[in-house]
Design a protein around this ligand. Structure first.
Ligand code: ATP
Ligand code: MG
Length: 313
């Protein structure tokens, strides 16, 4: 059995400050653990939208790992290729939120189970049935093993006629901008779809103006660039031009995971062969609903919730 949409990368738990403006360098209160990891949030969101979804990654043989696998399974994600490592503990991210909307992270990833992804976890048969393989810059940033696995998976999926999408999801906490650019370049060249934030588009191209940066990204290979602009919605770029698609008005409680949920909505829409404008509107609705709940994966909406929002607007 295979899945239509597959992601590869870090599964982790997120442990977050309870109050805003509690920095991570002094004692304070935390809430969590919440299941997280950008590729895991993405995979969960795809499944909740009713599409077959899977993830390849590694957790430790501990309660945090069990928590993540149980949640993914409950929501319908295929976790057959999530390895449970006996030698490493499950990845953890500590997060603090600040009044200006910024966040600060401490990641326990490269030396945790999250970073122990190996080529042996790639089943060619499983990968050859995949229609969209979703790769995240955060996973490419972890270590060389993760990059190699992603590269190999891309080769298999492309060879079998599947498509590749990239969310640059830059993590300057893990790597410098120059390093990230170098690492993302080969994946960008193989990608059919790229879904950056404005800052990421600029960092990847070295171009200051966001829209020009997105147009430049098209020259690297992808046929579609979907620019995520938070509460301003999204803009879809192709060689034929661009479409700006406004967002939905919601009360933002926690922005974490919005980008991953948007990605999920966008690929589900592409799989349905909708017009790009409809795809972006759908993805905007998925992203908007995701910020209405505290916790990275908690806000991933069901298809019913998305349709209700689309029909109410
Ligand atoms: P992250 O990587 O932190 O998850 P991102 O920068 O990749 O975030 P955003 O632009 O924050 O992604 O969010 C993705 C999409 O979700 C936006 O393009 C928008 O459609 C929707 N969205 C996010 N925040 C809001 C909001 N406050 N109100 C309405 N829609 C939102
Ligand atoms: Mg993002």
């Amino acid at each position: 059995m295979s899945v239509s949409i597959l992601s590869i990368g870090e599964l982790l738990v997120e442990i977050m400050r309870e109050k805003v403006d509690e920095s991570l360098d002094k004692p304070g209160t935390f809430v969590g653990p919440f299941p997280s990891g950008a590729p895991a949030i993405f995979a969960d969101a795809v499944a909740k939208l009713g599409e077959s979804s899977g993830i390849i990654g590694t957790v430790g043989e501990d309660d945090f790992g069990r928590l993540i696998i149980e949640r993914l399974k409950k929501d319908g994600v295929d976790t057959t290729y999530v390895r449970i490592s006996k030698n490493f503990t499950t990845g953890v991210a500590f997060v603090a939120y600040f009044f200006d909307g910024s966040r600060k992270f401490i990641y326990h990833l490269p030396y945790a189970a999250s970073g122990r992804i190996s080529i042996e976890q790639l089943d060619e048969k499983y990968l050859s049935g995949v229609k969209y393989l979703h790769i995240m810059g955060s996973s490419l940033s972890i270590n060389e093993d993760c990059r190699k696995v992603c590269q190999r998976a891309i080769e298999i999926v492309k060879k079998s006629g599947g498509k590749v999408s990239l969310d640059p999801n830059l993590r300057p906490e893990l790597l410098s901008v120059e390093e990230i650019r170098k690492i993302c370049q080969p994946v960008l060249a193989m990608s059919d779809v790229v879904m950056p934030s404005g800052e990421e588009a600029c960092m990847l191209t070295g171009i200051e103006k966001t829209f020009s940066a997105c147009e430049k990204l098209l020259e690297y290979g992808p046929e579609v660039v979907a620019l995520k602009q938070g509460e301003k919605g999204s803009v879809v770029f192709t060689k034929k031009g661009k479409v700006e698609v406004p967002s939905f008005k919601v009360k933002e409680v926690d922005p974490t995971g919005a980008g991953d949920c948007f990605d999920a909505g966008f690929l589900v829409g592409l799989l349905r062969k909708w017009s790009l404008e409809r795809v972006a509107r759908f993805a905007n609705a998925v992203g908007a609903l995701s910020v209405t709940k505290k916790g990275p994966m908690e806000g991933a909406p069901s298809l019913q919730q998305v349709n209700d929002l689309l029909n109410s607007a």
